[in-house]
Every structure is written in C-alpha cells, then in structure tokens.
Design a protein around this ligand. Sequence first.
Ligand code: SF4
Ligand code: SF4
Length: 64
Amino acid sequence: MSKITIDYDKCDGPDCAECVDVCPMEILVIEGDKVVAKNTEECNECMVCMDVCPNEAITVEPEE
Ligand code: SF4
Ligand code: SF4
C-alpha cells in the first residue's frame, strides 16, 4: 500500500489533471474542484503521476 499525497498549494486541480490521465490504475480522480487519490491500495507504484506532474505536487511513498 502506498501513501499518495497531493500538495494542494501546488496542484492546479482539474484544469491540469495530467496525473488523472496517466494513472494506469485510475487511482487519481477528479472530485469536485480537486484531484484526489482513491483506492490507494491498488497503486502499483509506477510513479508515472510524479513524472508528469508539472508542479511536483504529487508524492507517492511506497509503504510496507
Ligand atoms: S504511482 Fe502509478 S498507479 Fe500509483 S497513483 Fe501514481 S500513476 Fe497511479
Ligand atoms: S499532475 Fe500535479 S498539478 Fe496536475 S492535477 Fe495532478 S497533482 Fe495536480
């Protein structure tokens, strides 16, 4: 299970949504005016979301 943190001071939200588009597990979703992480236990730790984020707003920390 991974700890996925979105820094809302840096995140551009649904106007960006780059991470939402690339996540292969559909963990990152738009909810209202925010991008949120759901079902984080299904994260495969591919780190693609961190790679595409233009603002370094998202952090994935693998947890045992
Ligand atoms: S690390 Fe991969 S699977 Fe996990 S939230 Fe990011 S893009 Fe999705
Ligand atoms: S890619 Fe980064 S800035 Fe864009 S919605 Fe995701 S966390 Fe926010």
